[in-house]
Write a protein that binds this ligand. Structure first.
Ligand code: SF4
Length: 181
């Protein structure tokens, strides 16, 4: 691990042990919600409690944040309460983090996870993918009418197929605290 990241962790630990609420360190994990849009309307989603602007996060601003945190932080989640694959810049965002030595985690409802996007995610260097389902049967999932749910296992195997075509590139070992997915 980079010396600057170790120092950042020590600053965080020191602030914790001293009970300080203000710290002069960077967060280990940074969440940047890359879009306010979603193609589903799940009844349990906190999006139902407020209006989300149908906008994507600006790529240049994303890069500036990554430039600022790259030496101290360790993990970036380029998603929040929205479907991250709706933002066409998501692959560039992941690539930028990868080039900065930051571990990336993406969570998707998988409705847009076709073979092409799977390949692009792998080529961008995504480290950890969470596929979020409400349940395993159609009856347990609630989707908006414009969303197509794919039922066949073959269609859901696009990611593993993409891995084969990109040379079987594996996933990096996650830093501590990465969600199990
Ligand atoms: S897919 Fe996720 S973000 Fe979109 S409505 Fe469902 S729970 Fe919310």
């Amino acid at each position: 691990m980079k010396k600057s990241r170790v120092q950042n962790r020590l600053r965080l630990l020191s602030a914790y042990l001293a009970g300080r609420s203000q710290v002069d360190s960077y967060p280990i994990t940074v969440i940047i919600e890359n879009t306010g849009r979603c193609n589903l309307a799940c009844p349990m989603c906190p999006r139902n409690l407020t209006q989300y602007p149908p906008k994507d996060f600006d790529l240049e601003l994303f890069k500036r944040i990554v430039d600022e945190i790259r030496d101290a932080s360790e993990l970036v989640f380029p998603w929040g309460l929205g479907e991250p694959l709706l933002n066409p810049d998501v692959f560039r965002m992941i690539r930028y983090c990868r080039d900065a030595g930051l571990y990336t985690v993406l969570s998707t409802n998988a409705t847009l996870l076709d073979e092409e996007r799977s390949r692009l995610l792998i080529e961008a260097g995504l480290d950890h993918l969470i596929i979020a389902f409400d349940g395993a049967t159609r009856g347990l999932r609630t989707v908006s009418e414009e969303c197509e749910i794919r039922e066949s296992p073959e269609e859901h195997s696009a990611l593993s197929g993409g891995q084969e075509r990109t040379g079987g590139r594996g996933f990096r070992r996650p830093p501590d605290g990465t969600p199990a997915g």
